[in-house]
Design a protein around this ligand. Sequence first.
Ligand code: CAA
Length: 382
Amino acid sequence: MDFGFTEEQLMIQDVARRIAEEKIAPSAEHHDQTGEFPLENIRLLGENGLMGIEVPAEYGGAGMDTVGYVLAMIEIAAADAAHSTIMSVNNSLFCNGILTHGTEAQKQKYVRDIAEGRAIGAFALTEPQSGSDATAMRCRAVKQADGSFVINGKKSWITSGPVADYIVLFAMTDPDKGARGITAFMIDTQREGFHRGKTEPKLGIRASATCEIEFTDYVAHADEVLGEEGQGFKIAMSVLDAGRIGIASQAIGIARAAYQASLEYVKERKAFGQAIGSFQMIQAKIADMKCKLDAALLLTLRAAWKKSQGERFSTEAAVAKLTASENAMWIAHQAVQIHAGMGYSKEMPLERYFRDAKITEIYEGTSEIQRLVIARNETGLR
Ligand code: CAA
């Protein structure tokens, strides 16, 4: 693993940092308070290659590697986590899944508009009764004589669901086969039979719109199956492996923002006649925050590097996501504590970092699921 970055990687980081500072950070508080979906900023990110970072230029993307994706995600998340949630779903769960498993026609049809920021993608796996236990899904797709499928069922907690143009959906095509009876479909949200439920009010990432979706006799044509029939669960799992690198990066961005704010504050804020940063209890917090931030970053870069080598990276992605999300939660917690009353106040963004960090321990596989994946891969036991 190379500890230096290439010119291209630094370039995409720079583009992301510039947009983050100029456009996203100034409106982060507004988006958090109103929950307004940041469509204009998402378009701008797409125009600058940030909605399809690993998508080859021929499909409208920036043609970068996963390390470039990590660096860009961190910059956007440090300015506003909600923007980075939308970015991560478009990049990892939508574009990358289709690039890896889609036909040439599917790549042409679905990837370009998302990668260029003209459309929004989503990923629908979770259901009201099945989150971690993803194979317990009830959404059914029944094959017809002409090769099409009729889909009925509900999906919940769909990130970007209220605004998505296209969705990668997982539905049961053969319930007797369990995980091997799940198939992935490309869904057009303009088609009859697709409905959106109410937008979920959330603790954090409030501008990332989330809702339940429902299918009633929705017809998916034969060429809208993503990958092979019955391969949907493996597609979901491999797409989530990559997605977890994105969420680890998001966690690092939130943690970095909380850490940097703390670092400045402990030098300025005085108590008992001194800067509070000169007290050992505060110094210990700063040192531990720095260690946890660096550990998260290095583990995430390792997972990204391994993915870019074309090697299996399930364990590394789970290690990165688990460490980065739990470290981000801890760092955001310490940052609120260091800022004390001001940390608890909405006048500063610390309480937002604290609320936003929590989701990274939950979505794209809870911390408990990451531990399960790591332990299963390490021991070979189930
Ligand atoms: N890559 C490829 N294939 C994989 C895989 C991977 N990483 N992990 C498992 N598989 C394959 C297995 O090899 C197995 O294949 P065979 O049938 O050929 O043997 C098949 O998938 C089933 O695997 P398991 O028996 O291990 O499945 P399981 O039912 O025990 O579940 C699990 C495993 C790890 C718990 C999985 O269900 C899981 O990851 N759950 C969490 C789901 C999740 O992350 N949800 C997030 C929702 S999406 C989201 O949050 C997006 C958002 O909005 C931002």
